[in-house]
Design a protein around this ligand. Structure first.
Ligand SMILES: Cc1ncc(COP(=O)(O)O)c(C=O)c1O
Length: 275
């Protein structure tokens, strides 16, 4: 793991999960692995996934379908826009069929009537929920912690739908804690989301974890000059530029916590580069 010395006597170790698979990078690989096993074991031939038009998950499910021999359907929030953006075009090129749901219907993407209508249209499928965050995804993220063989005090990851943090925190041994950095504005609700995922997966809230909501930089997929300047500096120092939507905000937030003295001097933090 590459080492990054930030202010306040804090050492950050970068866990490059973005490099674990050429096509299913980072937390997509972690979240999909056990789901693909389950889909196969249950005899499914088709995966259906929900996501926004810029969803990394939709693209990853399309890639997983090609790699593992499943048909794939992507259910996209909102209206169709032509030409397709590069992510959706790539998914279609891999054989994914796309369908669109208006925002009100999309919000009900776990309701039985919405799923029944999709089954009538596309036939039986194995469901990958929005963000890929279900119990098997949370279990898949336990591996992130299990692979770390150096001492650390704190582990950090970005938070979108919460599955990654739920799994990482679930794998911590006592004395260690996890901090998730919300990529969304108004991420106060995420605490309950992560706790719910942990209860569904492990039967209870597990591990010492919290979510930082101060470093969203104007909201999901938005940015600020401070974040851009930070990413430029980081790229100059490390030779690669983190993804600004999730990983960049986590790294910015982590360095801010260190600078503000909110992490004890001498802390070793692992930052999971999730994509
Ligand atoms: C690169 C990257 N990091 C982190 C996340 C957030 O993970 P989660 O949705 O499990 O909170 C996502 C979105 O799924 C992502 O694409």
């Amino acid at each position: 793991m590459a080492e990054w010395r930030v202010a306040g006597g804090v050492t950050v170790l970068l866990k490059r999960d973005d490099l674990i698979h050429p096509e299913l990078t980072g937390n997509k690989y972690r979240k999909l692995r056990l789901n693909l096993d389950a889909a196969r074991a249950q005899g499914h031939r088709r995966l259906l996934a929900f996501g926004g038009a810029y969803s990394n998950l939709i693209r990853a499910v399309a890639a997983a379908g090609t790699l593992h021999g499943f048909e794939t359907v992507g259910v996209i929030r909102g209206e169709e826009h032509r030409p397709l953006n590069p992510g959706l075009a790539d998914a279609v090129a891999r054989g994914m069929r796309l369908t669109y749901l208006d925002r009100a219907t999309y919000r009900r993407n776990t309701d039985p009537d919405v799923l029944a209508a999709l089954r009538r249209e596309f036939g039986p499928f194995y469901l990958i929920p929005e963000g890929g965050s279900n119990e098997l995804a949370v279990r898949g993220c336990l591996d992130i912690v299990a692979e770390i063989d150096v001492p650390f005090d704190v582990i950090c990851c970005p938070v979108g739908t919460g599955g990654t943090l739920a799994g990482i925190a679930g794998g911590l041994r006592p004395g260690r804690r996890a901090i998730g950095f919300s990529a969304l504005k108004g991420g106060g609700f995420l605490d309950a989301t992560v706790e719910d995922l942990q209860r569904r997966t492990f039967g209870r809230r597990v591990g010492d974890w919290s979510i930082e909501t101060r470093y969203h930089h104007r909201g999901f997929a938005r940015s600020t000059p401070e974040l851009e300047a930070f990413l430029d500096d980081f790229a100059g120092e490390h030779g690669w530029r983190p993804d600004p939507i999730y990983v960049g905000k986590m790294l910015f937030g982590l360095s801010a916590l260190a600078r503000n003295g909110e992490l004890p001097h001498g802390t070793t933090a692992v930052a999971v580069v999730t994509g």
